[in-house]
Design a protein around this ligand. Sequence first.
Ligand code: MG
Length: 277
Amino acid sequence: MIRTISLLPALLAALLAGCHVQPRANDQLDAVLWSQTSVEHDALFLQVFASATRQLQHALADPAWDALAQPPRTLQGLPPAVIVDIDETLLDNVPLNARAVLADRPYDYDAWYRWVDRAQARALPGAVAFMQAAARLGITPYYLTNREAGQEQATLDNLQRAGFPIASSAQILTAGTAIGGCQASGSDKSCRRHWVGTQARVLMQVGDSFGDFMTTRGSQQAQLQAAAPYLPWLGERWFLLPNPTYGSWYSAPYQGHEGLAEQQKRAFKHKALKPQY
Ligand SMILES: [Mg+2]
């Protein structure tokens, strides 16, 4: 122990010598580090996709099986499908967050569009195997994403390059898609989900956001309450993946006012913490 302590200053000096500048505090650092370097991140993805894959045959065999939280509907004659989100569900975009941390700048939406257009994002662990298993069983995938309309071709190229079974960009439903006489605002997926429900019996939904399953608003407690009838579907019909880098939870403390300075956002985040139960 004495020997370890005596080596510590030298080790730190050697580590810091490799850095051009002293790293500044960045609220994304630990989330990005966990996503990119922890075995738990990859194991969770493998766990969730393996569980979903095991459930496919059972869901397919039950003609009443449905994963949409909407009034009961006639499922007879509808072909089986799965609804999957893309970003941080199938494709890993965290290198972009890592670049922002290393450059000590906030997340850059122009850089995001360029990243999508380059179509080089890699598949997340277990995702391709799950989608291929579904394809082998004749299950149609619908890719519901909040990528922008106009980025379907780049997204198709990326999904195909990463090994996902997708033949046409028509299977990619981007943000703001007016569909079936319904136009949702912003990132709300309810219109697209509802439309898929008119085309298919949805066996599963997979995503990294609760909004990938159903539309809920308000506090954490209010959202859980609204979803209460469907919570038993988690791990059965709804498969949720971890995303500590972004999501509606991230901007909730400062109510989505992205123009605020980082210090101001941080102050609101501090206010949202719960030091007592
Ligand atoms: Mg996502």
